[in-house]
Design a protein around this ligand. Structure first.
Ligand code: SME
Length: 150
């Protein structure tokens, strides 16, 4: 079942309308994202908690590592560069952090706040190789912008 981004976006915006609590927003976004597409085997936020440090936020799927420095992993690369990381093969990504040995591909997106500050990254892992597309990146980035205001 491939995600219907128009419906997903409308659902998330309806569920989060008027809400400004970041935990409530993140929990709602990952819940809807995770259950929208069979490719998404782990869906979660890593929050910026210090100058160069990410810590886990709301997520769906197996346990994720609790903290990631900006210097490490796909999440750190997204935080460090401010650029989306669309990874077709995690084995080919230097210093990929494997929270699950089943992960084959990954999409990590920076999350910007209303002052265009980096507040988190959204990490989606798939057990399918090369699971993510530029369209996923575009559509998910648009949803994050609408919800978090960056
Ligand atoms: N794979 C990520 C780490 C987070 S776990 O996958 C949930 C990374 O390399 O940054």
């Amino acid at each position: 079942m491939a995600v219907d981004y128009d419906t997903l976006s409308k659902t998330i915006l309806a569920l989060t309308e008027g809400e400004d609590d970041i935990v409530a927003l993140m929990a709602t976004v990952v819940c809807e994202l995770h259950h929208s597409d069979a490719r998404f085997d782990w869906t979660g936020f890593y929050r910026v908690v210090g100058p160069e440090l990410l810590k886990i936020g709301p997520y769906q799927g197996g346990h994720g590592c609790l903290k990631i420095p900006f210097s490490r992993g796909v999440c750190g690369a997204a935080a460090r560069t401010g650029q989306a990381q669309l990874v077709a093969d995690v084995e080919a990504f230097p210093d990929h952090i494997a929270c699950a040995s089943s992960t084959r591909s990954e999409l990590v997106l920076p999350v910007w706040g209303p002052a265009d500050q980096l507040i988190a990254v959204l990490d989606i892992d798939s057990d399918q190789p090369d699971a993510f597309t530029p369209e996923d990146q575009h559509q998910l980035t648009a949803i994050l912008h609408q919800v978090f205001g960056g």
